[in-house]
Write a protein that binds this ligand. Sequence first.
Ligand SMILES: [Zn+2]
Length: 161
Amino acid sequence: MPAKLSKQWTAAELAIVRRDWPKGISASNIARQLPGRSKSAVVGLVHREGIVRTVPPAPRTKRDRPAPRTGLSRSQIATEGNLAKKIMHHRQPAPAPRPAKREKPKPYTGPTVAFDDLTRDGCRWPVTDDKPYRFCSGKAQPGSPYCAEHARRSVRTGGGE
Ligand SMILES: [Zn+2]
């Protein structure tokens, strides 16, 4: 703080600071009552004089700082009963998004065959996720083990499941 020599505080000014500071009035509000005195001058005086607050400073306009972590404000935590439940309910976080997964193709609904029943030009796309695997058996494209649709899918997904 600049140690500029300020004017001597008058008894009247001191009285105001001594009266208002303990009440929790802010330094800037006190300074406003003291022409020519700045907020920091008031703070400096308070420290020099050892004037202590007996009342905590008035709360700022924003009363409810969000309580840390819980995501609920203090008033909400204090609220009991249905209202609280309601709030809790509404505040339930959305289910965590799944890790980006390859888009699952629509379940295959056409005819399927077991591996042993696959014809030579039957599409070998497995349409089941578990054993016993069943296969699409649609007409395979020339030069491909898959039918037209599954050939497209195998390209898109890089070789199927
Ligand atoms: Zn197929």
